[in-house]
Write a protein that binds this ligand. Structure first.
Ligand SMILES: Nc1ncnc2c1ncn2[C@@H]1O[C@H](COP(=O)(O)OP(=O)(O)O)[C@@H](O)[C@H]1O
Ligand SMILES: [Mg+2]
Length: 376
């Protein structure tokens, strides 16, 4: 599988772009605020159905324009596939809202049908947040990886989110005396089952990813440090099958915190509150890791993501490396370069060509990005 073409229309600072890509590496260089990250963001949006840097789809539409479009041509074993995302602005009386619509080969599709055609792994400057930041980043790491492996996981996540919103609305209605408390039972049972399915998936995948990440970490630290990933399902003692058992635990946890849930109008447990603890030797990295240790741990996690995706699917994902080479010390840089060697397709941005190893620049298609256009 590889990405053969990206075209943009009114996306961020691009009015129009049509860019053919090589199967190997593409280097995008240029000064600050020219559109390098925007281009990688557009590719990630098509692959993952959401931007890696904003929750607000309206930001993606070029200032003053009504809609944006991103189209990616993907060449796979079974032939070409066209993935398209359209973001349209809707003017409401109070605010402006943006709606995303997806299509595959020209036909409208639900977001989950977009996944798995173009698999990507991002190496992004704010990856460091994976270690030190809030649980949200680590949940997104899991969601991205699992959804790219399995569309049904993406569907489960969407379904869960929908049920969660319904149940939270009901909690507020109960709090305000608009609905009887007994109405909660049905939604609690359904939410617990949907949540348990996600937890069981997360636990299973993490058990498989853990040794891969640990092996990369041993290598990156010359056997000096042991990395461990510990899944912390919120409200269940375990995330292991059978699903019914996990669902029972979630249901019990919701029953225990019912008063608090009603008072806050929010569900207290479930996958939206899960976390994955990263441990280095016998300490939790979030609390104790130095800057250097964090960088190494992030690289271990990202290389594990890449390796695991490739192994599980039999296909190399496309790497999106945004401005990361210049931040790495020589040893970590070498390791990342080695990951590029077997030849996955890579889109690599840098402010300056000198920031990149000559070995990459020499074999890459090189483009300069300037004010929302891309020149050979
Ligand atoms: N919706 C938008 N419409 C027009 N320009 C935008 C939009 N969103 C961001 N930009 C512009 O894009 C530029 C940043 O692009 P970016 O790809 O992040 O730069 P870099 O080349 O440094 O990676 C900024 O000048 C910003 O104002
Ligand atoms: Mg940038």
């Amino acid at each position: 599988m590889f990405l053969s073409n990206v075209s943009l229309f009114d996306f961020r600072n691009y009015a129009e772009l049509d860019l053919a890509l090589e199967r190997s590496a593409t280097v995008l260089f240029g000064g600050n605020a020219q559109g390098k990250t925007n281009l990688l963001e557009a590719v990630a949006l098509s692959a993952l159905t959401r931007s890696p840097r904003t929750q607000q789809a309206s930001e993606l539409v070029r200032f003053g324009q009504p809609a944006a479009r991103v189209t990616c041509q993907v060449q796979g074993d079974a032939g070409p596939t066209e993935l398209e995302v359209r973001v349209s602005m809707t003017q409401l009386p109070e605010t402006t809202r943006a709606t995303k619509r997806f299509s595959v080969n020209g036909r409208a599709r639900p977001s989950s049908d977009m996944l798995g055609t173009l698999r990507v792994v991002l190496f992004w400057p704010d990856d460091l947040q994976l270690i030190k930041g809030p649980g949200e980043g680590r949940r997104r790491f899991l969601n991205t990886l699992l959804s790219q492996l399995d569309r049904s996981h993406a569907r489960e996540l969407n379904r869960y989110q929908h049920l969660l919103e319904q149940r939270n609305a009901l909690l507020r209605a109960v709090r305000d005396g608009r609905q009887p408390v007994g109405d909660l039972d049905y939604w609690t049972a359904n939410l617990a089952l949907a949540g348990a399915a996600i937890m069981v998936d997360r636990q299973r995948r993490l058990l498989e990813i853990q040794p891969v990440a640990a092996a990369f970490h041993r290598e990156l630290t010359d056997d000096q440090e042991r990395l461990d990933l510990r899944y912390r399902p919120a409200g269940a003692r375990i995330g292991e099958a059978p699903i019914e058992l996990v669902a029972q635990q979630l249901q019990a946890a919701m029953a225990d915190s019912r008063d608090e849930e009603i008072a806050r109008g929010q569900t207290a447990v479930g996958p939206q509150r899960d976390d994955v603890e990263v441990w280095l030797d016998d300490r939790e990295a979030r609390l104790y890791a130095s800057q250097g240790q964090q960088r190494t741990a992030v690289l271990s996690l990202k290389l594990a993501e890449l390796h695991y995706l490739a192994e599980a699917t039999g296909e190399q994902p496309v790497l999106l490396l945004d401005d990361v080479m210049s931040e790495l010390d020589p040893a970590r840089r070498e390791r990342l370069l080695a990951a590029l060697e077997p030849g996955p397709q890579a889109l690599i941005t840098a402010a300056d060509l000198d920031d990149l190893p000559k070995s990459i620049v020499d074999r890459a298609a090189v483009f300069r990005v300037e004010g929302g256009s891309v020149h050979a």
